[in-house]
Design a binder for this molecule. Structure first.
Ligand code: KIV
Ligand code: ZN
Length: 517
């Protein structure tokens, strides 16, 4: 990415859904899922896709490599700590990219340097400079982040940023790693850094805010008002703990209040809702109904006065139009009579590429089953269907064959299941306080995973009583947390699928390093 004065009014969007977002408990994604999200991010028009943390695991490196090979319109980036091993892994992973970036970071706050890194400030500066120089051997697009900048001393930040700019970093990122700042202070910090760091006009200043106090978006916007020209954010605000700044809120704030922001992004806002739904489907993190921009109620007017106003003149209560951010794009896509070719073409339009004939046939068979139960099939139904198919192809140990549930007023609900365990048929039966409880108890009576159930949630994928219910089950075992998803027009069947999906994930034992540990 070039840095010149003609770009001053462009606000670069750096999406880290696939890296920081993936650090949310249980949100880890397969390569195929990451590729699907990356393609949607490219369609959305994000400038930089942080595709992962290459050194974390061979699977992470492989996914970044695949994304780097597939994406042409966005820069593809890998995170790397400021050490040789990380930088080599990142450099190798982004190699196929048309435009690739290495994002290297080291902590700069007294507490992190002393307690976590056990390094002296001079050593930290030295490691940062070395890392930037090594990264430049792989790409001329190197970003440096001062982790925990929010609790770092200003003079030290000025010193380290000066040194990494001299070493060749093109983007300087200032993270509020722990979500501690407030807008006035964060804006002031950005302003002072830009004023005090020599040659600050030669780099893009970036902000990366976490949402622990609910101020990630407000802090990011304050930084933008004070000179930041890159925002690091995630779809739906996914991310560590309370999450990162939400991409859709930042983009729409800057666009809706163009009267106050001196810059704009190149985001195609009509792709926001599809991106939000895709990320939610794949990660199993539902979007709260009152979430700005992408929540189901974000454009719903309930009170009579508001409805009356909107009917008379839309702008009385609406500052944005639902269709401008991709609502109502809920298109009827296919039906019962659609053929395999139409199905394949539709998947292509949705950015879903199924490379093997076998996987396509399995997905088509599932589509036909669904079309028998549900008259109208929407884009979201296909996304959910393909998510479960692609996961199944990669890791399926347990698979649901059939489920019978008896639930009657005054009686104890009972569930009987048939499922396969590595191809061998198993039967399970259990009772519980409701049909879902009975189903899970039946499965546990045979599988005996002893995992803790942390979360159970059901969401409708589209509207109407014939909609598919999408269930998320979060299980924890021996320090690992996984999310399982299942979709079906019958929510008890969806629940059984979600439980088995989570068990499959626990079974697949994906071990990964965490960048901040
Ligand atoms: O929150 C943080 O500080 C990070 C860095 C790696 C940029 O995610
Ligand atoms: Zn972060």
């Amino acid at each position: 990415m070039l840095v010149d004065s003609a770009m001053k009014d462009r606000l670069f969007v750096f999406d880290t859904t696939l890296r920081d977002g993936e650090q949310s408990p249980g949100a880890s994604m397969t390569k195929d899922e990451k590729l699907r999200i990356a393609r949607q991010l490219e369609k959305l028009g994000v400038d930089v896709i942080e595709a992962g943390f290459a050194v974390a695991s061979p699977g992470d490196a492989d996914a970044i490599h695949a994304i780097a090979g597939a994406i042409k319109e966005s820069t593809v980036c890998s995170l790397a700590r400021a050490n040789e091993r990380d930088i080599h892994a990142a450099g190798g992973a982004i190699k196929p990219a048309k435009s690739g970036r290495i994002h290297t970071f080291i902590a700069t706050s007294p507490i992190h340097m002393e307690k976590k890194l056990r390094m002296q400030p001079d050593q930290v500066v030295e490691a940062a400079v070395k890392a930037v120089k090594l990264a430049l051997e792989y790409t001329d697009d190197v970003e440096f982040s001062a982790e925990d900048a929010v609790r770092s001393e200003m003079d030290f930040l000025v010193r380290i940023f000066d040194e990494v700019i001299k070493a060749g970093a093109k983007t300087i990122n200032v993270p509020d790693t722990v979500g501690y700042s407030i807008p006035a202070l964060w804006g002031e910090r950005m302003k002072q850094l830009i004023e005090r760091v020599p040659h600050s006009d030669k780099v893009i200043w970036s902000t990366h805010c976490h949402n622990d106090l609910g101020m990630a978006v407000a802090n990011s916007l304050a930084a933008v008002m004070n000179g930041a020209r890159q925002v690091e954010c995630t779809i739906n605000g996914l991310g560590e703990r309370a999450g990162n700044a939400s991409l859709e809120e930042i983009v729409m704030a800057v666009r809706t209040r163009k009267d106050v922001f001196p810059c704009d992004t190149r985001i195609d806002a009509t792709q926001i809702v599809p991106a939000s739904k895709l990320v939610s489907t794949i990660t199993g993190y539902p979007v709260q109904p009152n979430k700005a921009i992408v929540g189901a109620n974000a454009f719903a007017h309930e009170s009579g006065i508001h409805q009356d106003g909107v009917l008379k003149h839309r702008e009385t209560y609406e500052i944005m139009r639902a269709e401008d951010v991709g609502w109502n794009a809920n298109r009827l896509t296919l039906g019962k009579l659609s053929g395999r070719n139409a199905f394949k073409t539709k998947l292509g339009e949705l950015g879903i590429l199924i490379d093997s004939e076998e996987a396509l046939n399995a997905a088509f068979a599932r589509f036909k089953e669904l079309a028998d139960k549900k008259r109208e099939i929407f884009d979201e139904d296909l996304q959910a269907l393909v998510s479960s198919e692609s996961y199944a192809a990669e890791h399926e140990r347990y698979k649901l064959v059939s489920l019978r549930v008896c639930s009657e007023t005054g009686e104890i609900p009972n569930a009987q299941l048939v499922f396969t365990d590595n191809g061998a048929e198993r039967r399970a039966e259990g009772s519980g306080s409701g049909p879902v409880d009975a189903t899970f108890k039946a499965l546990e009576s045979v599988v005996a995973s002893e995992a803790d159930l942390l979360l159970y949630s059901v969401n409708n994928i589209t509207s109407g009583t014939d909609a598919q219910g999408e269930v998320t089950v979060r299980l924890a075992k021996e320090g690992r947390v996984v999310n399982g998803q299942g979709a079906d027009t019958d929510i008890v069947v969806a629940s059984a699928k979600a439980y088995l999906h989570a068990l499959n994930k626990l079974d697949s034992k994906m071990e990964r390093a965490h960048p901040q540990v």
